[in-house]
Design a protein around this ligand. Structure first.
Ligand code: MAN
Length: 369
């Protein structure tokens, strides 16, 4: 009788992990910024997470506008976090962990007696660099939540330069809901507030870097929890503050890596093939990956192509474990010809960098009609 012994190569194929479609060239220095690199905004606070930076060039240097998420040092048996009260003063709320009315099932949020809070309070802090890898604080003022639409802070800022003005579009969080705020600046010292430009529930707002046939455009992500979902939309405006003619661009896709939610990353990139947008998608297990969308150059509400498989997924240890593991999330990049240097939050804990070839991303889209 001849024994059937599997040959080694067959056996190895059987246990090999599925092949990744990730084409990101991660910085060897990753993570480039840890929470310990940034001093807390006030004594008694601890920087818990540094994440999701906006990115831009200003005065010859690369700058990141970091999201800094803080809370007090935690004591065993309780959970405490800051909020900003109606007078603009930070107050600490504290709950006993054994309280049956407390729901701590998601580390990012907390429910008490059905009222929802965030477990950290975020503000935005500017760091700058000569080489795009080593970043330092440079005396710029922090941007903090102000007024009753930002009592739970501001998060995930996209930065778009139009002429000599930088427009900051970010998430505003309060008991009223989650919406999109806008501020603008020319010098990063003086800011004009444009208030809430897209009301709750909305986030992930990325302005196009130029007008198209005289109109401004933006991508945004309203949520429709009953009928519909967390989808990417496009809107147009004459003044950047009032948005209309909303159209839906991309749904989440059942059974895919982006089955639960999708949202725009940073500003769309002009390419010979169309507007390229790097977006995030998450599945039902809250695993956040990145993919690409290609939009018509003249009629950007028309989707020409979309990634079937992610172009980046949480693979490195720092992307798989942390405050909220299995997350790569981007809202900032720097362009230099074919080189796209992308900055991203990993596991909602640390800031990292990766580079991509725009041509290579477009090639993956040609293979994903
Ligand atoms: C949401 C946002 C992001 C965060 C991801 C992953 O999409 O709040 O800030 O990075 O979730 O937790």
């Amino acid at each position: 009788m001849i024994l059937q012994i599997p040959i080694l190569s067959t056996y190895m194929t059987a246990i090999r992990e599925p092949r990744t479609t990730d084409i990101a060239q991660r910085f060897t220095e990753n993570p480039i910024l840890l929470p310990s690199a940034i001093a807390p905004s006030i004594p008694g606070m601890k920087v818990e997470c540094l994440l999701n930076p906006g990115a831009f060039r200003f005065e010859g240097r690369t700058h990141l506008l970091l999201r800094v998420a803080e809370r007090p040092e935690q004591k065993t048996g309780s959970i405490s976090f800051p909020i900003i009260d109606a007078n603009g003063v930070q107050r600490i709320l504290e709950f006993d962990q054994s309280d049956p009315l407390l729901d701590l099932s998601d580390p990012r949020t907390l429910k008490y007696d059905d009222v929802e809070y965030l477990t950290t309070l975020s503000h935005l802090r500017l760091v700058s660099s000569d080489d795009g890898v080593r970043f330092h604080e440079n005396g710029y003022p922090p941007l903090t939540g102000k007024g009753d639409l930002e009592t739970f802070g501001i998060e995930d800022c996209r930065i778009t330069q139009l002429g000599d003005t930088y427009y900051l579009t970010f998430t505003q969080v309060s008991t009223h809901g989650v919406g999109v705020g806008m501020r603008s600046t020319r010098d990063w010292k003086n800011f004009v507030s444009h208030g809430m430009i897209l009301p709750a529930h909305n986030k992930d707002c990325a302005l196009f870097p130029e007008r198209i046939h005289g109109k401004y455009y933006t991508l945004h992500r309203p949520s429709s929890p009953t009928l519909g979902g967390n989808y990417i939309w496009i809107a147009e405006s004459d003044d950047l503050a009032h948005w209309g003619n909303h159209r839906c661009l991309a749904h989440s896709r059942r059974g895919a890596w982006d089955s639960a939610r999708v949202g725009a990353g940073a500003s769309p990139i002009r390419t010979p093939d169309g507007w390229l947008e790097i977006y995030h998608g998450a599945d039902e297990n809250h695993r956040y990956c990145l993919g690409a969308l290609l939009l018509d150059i003249d009629e950007p509400w028309k989707v020409l192509a979309r990634s079937h498989a992610p172009i980046m997924e949480p693979l490195a240890t720092y992307e798989r474990t942390g405050f909220f593991g299995n997350v790569v999330f981007t809202n900032g990049h720097i362009l230099d010809g074919d080189l796209l240097t992308m900055y991203y939050g990993a596991s909602d804990s640390v800031v990292c960098g990766a580079s991509f070839s725009i041509r290579q991303i477009l090639q993956t889209l040609r293979e994903s009609p």
